[in-house]
Write a protein that binds this ligand. Structure first.
Ligand SMILES: Cc1cc2nc3c(=O)[nH]c(=O)nc-3n(C[C@H](O)[C@H](O)[C@H](O)COP(=O)(O)OP(=O)(O)OC[C@H]3O[C@@H](n4cnc5c(N)ncnc54)[C@H](O)[C@@H]3O)c2cc1C
Length: 621
């Protein structure tokens, strides 16, 4: 039996799938091991991909040559752009998924990818050996397939390490509902000395669509003009399904309050911290007592299922309480529950144990990606997965690693936040986390990252050709609108001020009240390209200032700090700064500058020291 690979990926969730596809597509012989092959890329929680800042991550994965965007375009049942009334920097794509189709699409993609092998097994240990006083990982040991060797191992075990489910007072060990937890592997990594913490997340009950009174609820359809997630999807062709909206009310909140003593969140049964930005309905009722209602989106889980996901009421109350409070909600008066809501506690590994490639500092050849690093979200996991897969393959194929800076990608922001600051609660992406968000938009993710994806061998010929055509269309379109005068008959809406004869289209499009769809200009171009032209024009002043300020970030990120810098001998660095630098072991001066407590003057002292010490400790000063 074949048991030697270049790369072994443990866990076929959202991180593992992207990691395995990236490494196999780059030419590394890759094995993907997971506990249940018919739950590949399962959506443990909401049946949706994207959302504020999450959509940006999905576009970036796509631009690099990853799969998530293509998967949701093929299996999505409702598509919307969020925040359309705000600035273009935060316009975020979001799509509801047919959960079963999404998982089947990913499984089929994995099974049809050359160099990629799949096995159903539960990995219990890593194969390790000591080399020069450092641990080196050499493979894994599965409960059924036994020893499997590899040059690199990527762990993407999500919420499974010591997973413990809570429903009221009832607890049960599980990676998620219906899946066994990873106990042995959790103990093994803890015994290797990794800093391990405990986090929690939760999910909603699943409702039977046949028992919901849809006729009295507000309907929410897809956008009229749909821009697909993937840059390579021409058009969304499948039938689309609406969501519906309802709200909790005072009776709902009173019912929940009556059961709080049985909530594991409020009885002290759950001690770990949960995702602040995705609170349970218990948290909402307790923390916002004045709110008279909370919005709930009723999201169908697919074409061929009666299950509906009520987004906004994640709970770990006893099932009896869940049914009681649900039936106080408009439209749910007769509702039946198919699956109970629950909370889950799980181990995660402190992400400051990682370097920017997502390889661990403590154990050579071991990469970590996904919720194991303290994030929450399919998109955050997939973004780490593709980077870990790329860098494990680059290491095997002796190519230069891919490290994205905060100035070039949300993926760069995500990984830099994790490895530099760590996290005390499940980390999810927000546009406010990116200091260069005006530049890091969804619409230009391809120009920011597709050349890198092509260089490392992940962007295929067809996608590269499409990219080249798009790039030319944007350049020629911008030139056309800058040189061509607008004609009255091409304007579709009343103007706040008349046009001056000979006014160029570009000048008119800079007006805040106008968007590309308000002028009959460049009608033959794809919607994605027309939108990009309009954004580039409207924001060109801000963007050029942004690009200028990014240079400072990039300069510091290019000043490397080697592992053996004796921080304690550097005059001018306080003990607190020395402790932080020793703990976090930043690889660049930029990373050091972002560690909380590292002052600008400490950065300056360190920069001078590195410059004077030459390249024994640093490069690029
Ligand atoms: C109850 C619950 C609620 C959630 N709520 C939200 C939410 O509200 N919002 C949000 O954005 N995200 C939420 N998530 C998180 C979301 O599901 C994860 O962020 C995402 O799935 C993480 O992807 P991943 O690839 O890191 O791990 P997962 O998707 O969990 O995949 C891990 C994979 O590893 C496999 N595995 C684990 N251990 C082993 C082993 N020893 N050997 C072999 N295979 C193994 C598992 O079988 C699984 O396939 C929730 C998750 C759960 C379980």
């Amino acid at each position: 039996m074949n048991s030697t690979f270049d790369i072994i990926v443990v866990g076929a969730g959202h991180a593992g799938c992207e990691a395995a596809l990236a490494s196999a597509r780059m030419g590394a012989k890759t094995l993907l091991i997971t506990q249940m092959v018919d739950r590949i890329a399962a959506m443990s929680c909401n049946p949706a991909i994207g959302g504020t800042a999450k959509g940006h991550l999905v576009k970036e994965i796509d631009a690099l040559g990853g799969e998530m965007a293509k998967a949701i375009d093929a299996t999505g049942i409702q598509f919307r752009i969020l925040n359309r009334k705000k600035g273009a920097a935060i316009w975020s794509s979001r799509a509801q998924a047919d959960m079963a189709l999404y998982s089947r699409y990913m499984k089929k993609t994995i099974e049809s990818t050359p160099n990629l092998f799949l096995r159903q097994d539960s990995v219990q240990q890593l194969l390790v050996e000591e080399v020069d006083n450092k641990i080196a990982v050499r493979g894994v040991i599965g409960g059924i397939f036994g020893e499997m060797r590899a040059k690199k191992v990527i762990m993407t075990t999500g919420t499974f390490l010591n997973g413990l489910i809570h429903i009221g007072k009832h607890t049960s060990p599980a990676g998620r509902a219906g899946d066994a937890p990873s106990i042995e592997l959790a103990d093994f990594v803890r015994n290797l000395g990794f800093r391990v913490g405990r986090l929690k997340t939760g999910t909603t009950p699943r409702l039977d669509a046949r028992t919901i009174n849809w006729s009295i609820l507000e309907r929410q359809d897809s956008d009229e003009k749909i821009i697909p997630f993937s840059f390579s999807t021409e058009k969304i062709k499948q039938e689309l399904i609406p969501c519906y909206i309802t709200h909790t009310n005072a009776k709902t909140h009173e019912t929940i309050r009556n059961y709080l003593s049985e909530s594991p969140l409020y009885s002290g049964q759950i001690k770990s911290s949960g995702p602040r930005y995705c609170p349970s309905i218990e948290d909402k009722v307790v923390k916002f007592p004045d709110r008279t209602s909370h919005q709930i989106f009723l999201e169908p889980q697919g074409y061929d299922t009666c299950e509906v996901y009520p987004n906004g009421i994640s709970t770990s109350l006893p099932l009896k309480a869940q049914i009681e409070f649900l039936r106080t909600i408009r439209g749910l008066e007769e509702v039946e529950v198919v699956r109970s809501g629950y909370a889950i506690e799980y181990d995660f590994i402190d992400p400051t144990e990682l370097d920017a490639t997502l390889e661990t500092k403590r154990a050579a050849n071991l990469f970590l990606a996904g919720q194991i690093n303290g994030t929450t979200g399919y998109e955050e996991a997939a973004a780490q997965g593709i980077i870990a897969g790329i860098n494990a393959a680059c290491s095997v194929l002796q190519k230069e690693a891919l490290v994205l800076s905060r100035a070039e990608a949300y993926i760069g922001v995500l990984i830099d936040d994790l490895i530099t600051k760590g996290t005390a609660e499940p980390y999810r992406m927000f546009t406010s986390r990116a200091e260069h968000r005006l530049y890091l938009r969804e619409d230009n993710a391809d120009s920011r990252l597709t050349p890198a994806g092509r260089r490392i061998g992940l962007v295929n010929d067809a996608d590269w050709e499409r990219y080249e055509i798009r790039k030319q269309q944007v350049q020629e379109g911008l030139q056309y609108v800058r040189e061509t005068a607008i004609k009255e008959e091409d304007i579709r809406i009343p103007l706040s001020a008349p046009i001056i004869p000979g006014m160029k289209i570009a000048q008119l499009l800079k007006r805040p009240e106008l968007d590309m769809e308000d002028v009959n200009v460049l009608p033959g171009l794809p919607e994605l390209v027309r939108r990009r032209i309009a954004i580039e024009l409207k924001y060109e002043g801000y963007i050029s200032r942004e690009v200028h300020s990014m240079k400072d970030t990039e300069t510091l990120d290019k000043i490397l700090i080697h592992e053996n810098v004796p921080f304690q001998t550097i005059n001018g660095l306080s003990n607190e700064v020395v402790q932080k630098l020793k703990h976090f072991q930043p690889r660049t001066l930029g990373q050091a500058s972002r560690i909380s407590g590292i002052t600008p003057s400490a950065v300056h002292v360190l920069r001078i020291w590195l410059k004077n010490r030459g390249n024994s400790h640093s490069k690029g000063v």
